[in-house]
Design a binder for this molecule. Structure first.
Ligand code: MG
Ligand code: ZN
Length: 222
C-alpha cells in the first residue's frame, strides 16, 4: 500500500506544477498540444508537416522530449521555429516540472501554438498532465489495429487520434476500420484524423482543426 501512496503523491505534485504551467500558457493565450505515441509512430514527422502548413498563419514553438539526443529538436529547428529539447536521461515520460524548466527558455510573447512532443511511450505519459489543452495520440498503421485495446488509458485521455502512415495500408495487415472502432470503443469522443507524412495526405484536415481551435481560443480570451 505504501507504493500506491507514493505514486499518488508524485502525481499530486505533478498536477500542482501542471496547473502553474497552465496559468503561464493562459497568460499568453497559447493553444498547447501534448503529442503522445509509441516510438516511431511519426510524431516528429507530423510536427514537421504541421509547422510547414501553419507557419505562415501562426507563430509556433516546440518542446521536444526524448530519452536521449536532440535529433528531433534539430529536425524541427530546420523550420525556423523556437525549439527546446528536454533530455530525460532514461525517464520514459515528461513531467510538468521538466516542461516548467523548458518554459523559461522560451519567449511566448508572440507565440500562438505550442507543441510538446512527449517521449515515445503509450503507458505513463497518459497519467502526467503537463498543463496542455489536450493530448493528441498518434498511432501508425504498422502498429496493428489493437493498440487502443492494449493501451486504453492513453486513448481515454486524448482528445484527438491521428492514424499515421495511411500510405502503407495497401501493403500491410491493418484494418483501419477496426482500429477506429477499437479507439472509439475506448473513447467515443475521440476525433480521428488520417495522415501520411510521405504523401502529405490528411495533414490539411488536422491543421484546419488546429486553426479552428486556435481561433476559438482567441475569441474566448479577448
Ligand atoms: Mg520524435
Ligand atoms: Zn514513464
Amino acid at each position: 500500500m505504501e507504493i500506491i501512496k507514493i505514486e499518488r503523491k508524485i502525481l499530486e505534485k505533478n498536477d500542482e506544477i501542471a496547473q502553474k504551467n497552465r496559468e503561464i500558457f493562459g497568460k499568453y493565450k497559447l493553444l498547447v498540444v501534448n503529442m503522445v505515441s509509441s516510438p516511431g509512430a511519426g510524431k516528429t514527422s507530423i510536427l514537421e508537416n504541421t509547422i510547414k502548413y501553419l507557419k505562415s498563419k501562426f507563430n509556433i514553438a516546440v518542446i521536444e522530449g526524448d530519452v536521449q539526443t536532440d535529433l528531433d529538436a534539430q529536425r524541427v529547428a530546420k523550420y525556423e521555429v523556437p525549439v527546446v529539447q528536454i533530455v530525460t536521461n532514461g525517464a520514459c515520460h515528461l513531467e510538468a516540472k521538466l516542461v516548467n524548466d523548458a518554459i523559461s527558455n522560451l519567449n511566448f510573447q508572440n507565440v500562438d501554438l505550442l507543441f510538446i512532443e512527449n517521449v515515445g511511450n503509450l503507458v505513463c505519459p497518459a497519467g502526467y498532465d503537463l498543463g496542455e489543452d489536450f493530448k493528441t495520440v498518434v498511432v501508425s498503421t504498422t502498429e496493428g489495429d489493437d493498440k487502443p485495446l492494449k493501451y486504453p488509458r492513453m486513448f481515454l485521455n486524448s482528445k484527438i487520434l491521428i492514424i499515421n502512415k495511411i500510405d502503407l495500408l495497401p501493403y500491410i495487415n491493418c484494418d483501419i476500420n477496426s482500429l477506429k472502432k477499437n479507439a472509439l470503443q475506448i473513447n467515443p469522443y475521440l476525433e480521428i484524423f488520417e495522415t501520411s507524412c510521405t504523401s502529405g495526405e490528411g495533414i490539411d484536415k488536422w491543421c484546419e482543426k488546429l486553426s479552428f481551435m486556435l481561433n476559438e481560443k482567441k475569441k474566448i480570451a479577448n
